[in-house]
Design a protein around this ligand. Structure first.
Ligand code: G3P
Length: 216
């Protein structure tokens, strides 16, 4: 499963990229707002930090407006992936851009039927929001299972990008289902490395090692 960082914070992206385990980055207008940075500038900087796809989201609601924004965004770098909302105009834009060889991430997906439409529109990625789905009394992971089943039934190439990931159990369940990608806030990704027994184990080994009086 590929790991994307869901952030526009440069220091976090640099830190995670240094692990060698970061496959891409996703941003959205809220994350750009939180970064306090200029959208084009910060996107360019992020694209230089990772080799994989960097999602940059359009804000126009109509097809022509989305195409005009996508034209500006895709000039930023070769690894920019245009993020469009799951609306009729968003999918028209997806179809046009993907037909042209541009990576497209269809975002704000909340149903398996919407995911089916995104795949038919040639999306590179579809982003079902599991956390927000759970928040509203639905089962986010059931949505991922349903999309996996449908995409496998028809051999769709669209990758399932599990978004709105809030904790490590979301990552575990997504991996068990066979999602292609997950995007998570840096703190959630860092949390995946942690286990209390790992920390305790290191503590015990170091205490015993000190007693040997040896060095390596
Ligand atoms: O980038 C889209 C998605 O991951 C947002 O997550 O936590 O704002 O629901 P969240």
């Amino acid at each position: 499963m590929k790991f994307f960082a869901d952030t526009a914070e440069i220091d976090d992206i640099k830190d995670l990229a240094a692990t060698g385990l970061l496959d891409g980055v996703t941003t959205n207008p809220s994350l750009i707002m939180k970064s306090g940075r200029d959208f084009i500038e910060v996107t360019r900087e992020i694209c230089g930090l990772v080799d994989g796809p960097v999602s940059a989201e359009v804000v126009a609601l109509d097809h022509a407006g989305m195409m005009a924004e996508a034209e500006k965004l895709r000039k930023i770098a070769d690894n920019v992936c245009i993020k469009v909302p799951l609306t009729i105009d968003g999918l028209k834009t997806c179809k046009a851009l993907s037909g042209d060889g541009t990576m497209v991430n269809v975002t704000l997906c909340f149903s398996a039927n919407q995911a089916l439409l995104a795949a038919k529109a040639g999306a590179t990625f579809v982003s079902p929001f599991v956390g927000r789905h759970d928040d509203n009394g639905f089962d986010g992971m059931q949505l991922i299972s349903d999309i996996r089943l449908i995409y496998d039934n028809y051999n769709f190439g669209t990758e399932i990008l599990v978004a709105s990931v809030r904790h490590s159990v979301h990552v575990l369940e997504a991996a068990k289902i066979g999602a292609d990608v997950m995007t998570a806030p840096p703190a959630v990704i860092r949390g995946l490395f942690k286990h209390i027994l790992t920390d305790k184990g290191i503590e015990g080994f170091l205490a015993d090692w000190a007693k040997t009086g040896q060095t390596i």
